[in-house]
Design a protein around this ligand. Structure first.
Ligand SMILES: N[C@@H](CCC(=O)N[C@@H](CS)C(=O)NCC(=O)O)C(=O)O
Length: 202
């Protein structure tokens, strides 16, 4: 199978980390949807990455659908627990982490517009989502080792990618000092080989 994505997207990074943790081989094609010569829209009508092209040609998007599929492909290191309550709580963590990225990416894009076209109200609305999201993540992680308690799951991968994205694009957001438990989780995650091999670059 083939994964299409960029080297900066936190959703692509999450997917690549899941592929590595599940020991699933794949080809990686770098394609940035903002580039004029991008082919992403040929594979995903929404024009977004990641896109997974399965061996039979079926395309999968978005990252939450892809990683759920990948987790079911083989039993190696289950990343989404099977019991319903834990499963849904892990997916809730993923929605929280991805939602923080959605808001942060919106700010990043808004700031790329000409000064006169930027909306301070829109940026402020997104900043509050990031702030509240981080506060919630820190509160719910508490003093647990992993988001789901004792088990490393997709929740940690999603949150780790979000924190990595914020560190990459928004170094001014001081989550390391305000939430030492998030900093500790991020430090432990970034030492794992799949994280080290997918550090955002560009
Ligand atoms: N919910 C989607 C979000 C994907 C997404 O927004 N990807 C960005 C890159 S970080 C993208 O492709 N943006 C291009 C666009 O919106 O046109 C997922 O999890 O896959």
């Amino acid at each position: 199978m083939k994964l299409i994505g960029s080297l900066t997207s936190p959703y692509v990074r999450k997917t690549r980390i899941v592929l590595a943790e599940k020991r699933i081989g794949y080809d990686f094609e770098v394609d940035v949807p903002w580039d004029a010569d991008s082919h992403v829209a040929n594979h995903n009508p929404l024009g977004k990455i990641p896109v997974l092209i399965m061996d039979d040609g079926t395309t999968l998007f978005d990252s939450r659908v892809i990683v759920e599929y990948l987790d079911s492909v083989n039993p190696v290191s289950r990343l989404i627990p099977e019991p319903n309550r834990r499963r849904i709580m892990v997916k809730r963590w993923e929605a929280l982490a991805d939602g923080i990225c959605d808001a942060a990416a919106t700010i990043f894009l808004e700031r790329k517009r000409r000064d006169a076209e930027q909306s301070p109200e829109w940026i402020s609305r997104q900043q509050k989502k990031v702030e509240r999201g981080l506060e919630t993540a820190a509160h719910e992680l508490g003093d647990k080792k992993w988001c789901d308690g004792n088990a490393y799951t997709l929740a940690d991968i999603a949150l780790g990618c979000t924190l990595g994205y914020l560190a990459f694009r928004f170094p001014e957001i001081d989550w390391r000092n305000t939430s030492p438990n998030l900093a500790d989780l991020s430090d432990r995650l970034e030492k794992r080989t799949p994280f080290m091999e997918t550090v955002p670059q560009g």
